[in-house]
Design a protein around this ligand. Structure first.
Ligand SMILES: Nc1ncnc2c1ncn2[C@@H]1O[C@H](COP(=O)(O)OP(=O)(O)O)[C@@H](O)[C@H]1O
Ligand SMILES: [Mg+2]
Length: 237
């Protein structure tokens, strides 16, 4: 269960030779997210990534509180991060090691202490996603779709309670998009994802529409996606 209580995020933007300007990225957002699949949609720069990054303490609220299963992201970030798996748009932002195998092994380091057993388990997890043959290839030589699947495998290896994915399919072609969507939709965990893929958003149990740092629509996909389409036509809902 995710709770945002009156959350605002403000940053100070430095200005050459002048006083910094305060910019509000999110404004008094309150949300309780308990649905299995929640999509966050909104224009570029509307605040989707800021909202998602709040959920694992990558961004902290300037005002208000963010709770993940009752844990405050401002004071219990380690426990929060252990619960929340975060998938980035660009998997290279996520993959720390040179190969898929090393990366998944790294994710398993707390769970499987024995090195040989850890390697075997990492290979097993990669094989479950059809990535066994790519295990020892440089992550830089993988296709975007393969990289995103490796990233997902690595994040899931930490056994998160919930998965947050920030535009996980934006960089992918249709085939890879479909593979990654199938993998994400098959997860038993709660999934919160930001996307411009309205077909994907339509499959969610709940859609949250963000505009200029505020929630402007929230609820069933058909109505909220329609609000977003109207908003993008500059015809306010
Ligand atoms: N650390 C930051 N410092 C200054 N501005 C930021 C920072 N992070 C995001 N922004 C700005 O906040 C707005 C919302 O960004 P973001 O949450 O990334 O939107 P989205 O993911 O919907 O495209 C954008 O105008 C972006 O430039
Ligand atoms: Mg973003």
């Amino acid at each position: 269960m995710i709770e945002l209580h009156q959350v605002s995020v403000t940053v100070s933007l430095p200005q050459a030779g002048r006083k910094p300007i305060a910019k509000t990225l999110l404004s008094e957002v309150s949300l309780s997210l308990a649905e299995r699949r929640v999509a966050v949609i909104g224009a570029n720069g509307s605040g989707k990534s800021t909202l998602l990054r709040l959920l694992n303490g990558l961004v902290l609220p300037t005002a208000g509180r963010v709770l993940v299963d009752g844990l405050d992201t401002a004071t219990q970030v380690r426990q929060v991060r252990a619960r929340v798996g975060f998938i980035f748009t660009d998997p290279l932002a996520q993959l720390l090691m040179g190969t898929a195998l090393d990366d998944v092994e790294l994710s398993l380091r707390d769970q499987v202490r024995d090195k040989a057993a850890r390697r075997a388990r990492a290979l097993e997890l990669l094989a479950e996603r059809g990535l066994a043959d790519l295990a020892e290839q440089s992550v830089y030589d993988l296709s975007g779709g393969e990289r995103q699947l490796v990233s997902l495998t690595s994040v899931l290896a930490t056994q998160p309670e919930l998965v947050v994915a920030d535009e996980p399919t934006t960089l992918l072609d249709l085939r890879n998009r479909n593979t990654v969507v199938a993998a994400l939709c098959g997860l038993p965990q709660q999934l919160i994802l930001a996307t411009h893929d309205l077909e994907l958003a339509a499959q969610a149990d709940r859609v949250v529409v963000v505009d200029a740092g505020r929630i402007v629509a929230d609820g069933a996909p058909a109505r909220t996606i329609d609000c977003y389409r109207r908003l993008m036509r500059d015809d306010r809902p």
